[in-house]
Design a protein around this ligand. Structure first.
Ligand code: GTQ
Length: 348
């Protein structure tokens, strides 16, 4: 703003006088507050699974899952230090459950997803129903539903936690409580919900068998289902130049996103393919499920290998290059942005 010296000094004196009364001048910050396009404080970043895992295993020697309540290393975006956030709206963490351990039952306003990275056979129990977790399964623990985790196997179990913690914090709407017992009593056998709601069918509405919350019945999306679906699509469909072959996980109740604040998808980029530049307002967290390649972000190249986790903040131009068939899992706040009519994307 071009101001005469005299005007500037009188304004500065006004600001100084009103500051104790908690008043500030909009015209000094308007351009930063109402931007012509997003300028994320978050950085592009990749966490190598092997090095994060080594720290997590050391934590495993020092504190039990029960002591910690959740033994998790937060993946904190270097541009959002101290905020326990991987994007301004979302959280990511790596959770470890060692053989025989239990992470006690609690429930909270926050929605969570779990994406299994290592181990086979631990469980997340939702309202007392176990989802047996296998590599690269997606398991949801939606807001308000009791959940505990346990590992009856003889191997460590590690998964990525994706939560809307920063979103709920933004709205000042967090409630949480603990169950009196460590684990919720088993209510139905494992797989019951998947059988009832996971095959493009559902129990007749209002019938005795229709026991899950109406807005959020399904909570387990096994790798054994999504991976063959992605392969079949790649074999038969024309590839999308900007996304590769991509499938979004759906909530069968309404055909929308898996949870109200979080969308999740998987994609396959065939060996040798490079996607066209694309940007979107939903900063996205990706996990490399298989394959090797690179993410090219605004001129920066990030090498990708299995189990690496990387984040692409809002409105950063992304291209993906596959050296071998590259399979990615991704989650973002697109679900919330669409409800607020904020979501935008731009394909080049
Ligand atoms: O497993 O319930 O990474 O409540 C952070 C908060 C995991 C969980 C996290 C949580 C959980």
């Amino acid at each position: 703003m071009a101001l005469a010296n005299d005007q500037r000094s009188q304004l500065e004196s006004l600001y100084a006088q009103m500051a104790p009364d908690h008043l500030t001048p909009l015209w000094e910050s308007l351009a930063q507050l109402v931007r012509p396009q997003p300028k994320s404080p978050a950085h592009v970043h990749r966490w190598s699974y092997d090095s994060a895992r080594a720290y997590l295993m050391r934590a495993g020697d020092l504190i039990s899952a029960e002591q910690a309540e959740r033994r998790v290393l937060i993946l904190e975006n270097p541009g959002l230090e101290g905020q326990s956030a991987i994007t301004p709206s979302l959280y990511a963490g790596l959770q470890l459950i060692l053989p025989g351990e239990v992470a006690p039952s609690h429930r909270h306003s926050q929605c969570a997803l779990r994406f299994v990275l290592e181990g086979d056979g631990a469980f997340t129990a939702l309202d007392g129903e176990k989802a047996i977790m296998r590599p690269f399964d997606l398991v949801l623990t939606p807001g308000g539903q009791w959940h505990d985790h346990g590992n009856p196997t003889d191997q460590p179990m590690i998964w990525l936690d994706g939560l809307d913690i920063p979103t709920v914090r933004h709205f000042d709407a967090s409630f949480a409580e603990h169950l009196d017992e460590k684990a919720h009593k088993e209510t139905v056998p494992p797989g019951d919900t998947l059988a009832r709601y996971g095959h493009n069918m559902r129990p007749m509405k209002g019938s005795l068998a229709d026991r899950r919350p109406a807005h959020q019945p399904l909570f387990h999306y096994p790798y054994a289902q999504w991976r063959p679906a992605l392969d079949a699509m790649a074999a038969s469909a024309q590839i999308d130049p900007h996304l590769g072959h991509a499938l979004e996980f759906l909530n069968p109740a309404d055909g929308g996103s898996v949870m109200p604040t979080i969308s999740a998808h998987v994609r396959l980029i065939p060996a040798g393919f490079e996607t066209r530049p694309r940007r979107s307002t939903d900063g996205t967290i990706f996990v490399v499920v298989e394959g090797r390649g690179a993410a090219l972000v605004e001129g920066q190249e990030i090498a990708l290998q299995p189990r690496d986790i990387f984040v692409i903040p809002s409105w950063h131009e992304l291209r993906l290059k596959a050296d071998s068939d590259l399979v990615l899992f991704g989650y973002s706040d697109k679900a919330a942005q669409e409800k607020l009519y904020l979501y935008k994307e731009l394909n080049a």
